[in-house]
Design a protein around this ligand. Sequence first.
Ligand code: 23J
Ligand code: MN
Length: 263
Amino acid sequence: MADTQALAGLANMLLSGAVEVVDLSAVLGPNTPLLKLPPELAVDTPKIEIHKISAYDENGPWWAWNWLKVGEHSGTHFDAPHHWITGRDYPDGATDTIVPQNFVAPVNVIDCSAEAAADNDFLLTADAVKAWEADHGEIQPGEWVVMRTDWYKRNKSEDAFLNADETGPHSPGPTAECIQYLVDKGVVGWGTECIGTDAGQAGGMEIPFPAHNLMHKNNRYGLASLCHLDKLPPKGAILIAAPLKIENGTGSPIRALALVPKQ
Ligand code: 23J
Ligand code: MN
């Protein structure tokens, strides 16, 4: 049975500020950094556009509103299983068919900020996750796992965020065995502060884009371009990451929120 007293306690802590709501989303607009794929491989997602319909003017005297042109995988966003070929057949794998219970879960925050600063191509390994668990406690089934790198601090500049040179983009991410370890733990999803859930160089890995390939193959989710993971404790916060209910959607921009007990 549900502990209604605990929920009443949470309600009070939200009202008093003892539990803070931390915004993990970046601003979504024409300056949002977007993924660039090799042109010989793929077509890119289009630049975001915000078009005015009216602003208390002759097109609508008492109201303001806009319409948007925005790809599903833009800015702080959710990757549904249908995004990847390995997850295409799950009946509950699109933005409109995922059970909403899965959008809200405890979050494990693995701090890789020092490693990512020292090596932009840093890869989180399964052994490093096991060492993190020895320090902070085991990752439980149904939980989110996110990789803190402080990479969001670069998101005002697409060049800095993508960090590409003649050898391609350079940004941190997970190894394939790391993702398989998390899948075996039963996590609901994996998130990062970078443009995608995979490392910049992940297209050339033995399994290309292993976070996408393996998470979605197992009907799990991805979160990309998260912000402010430096404001979260390693354990103890609750992450809310719900995509728009796009029909047959493969992903969606989100307002990612964390409920965090105040220190
Ligand atoms: C398509 C192809 C490769 C990648 C991605 C999309 C993403 O990162 C994404 O937004 O899901 S790496
Ligand atoms: Mn995506």
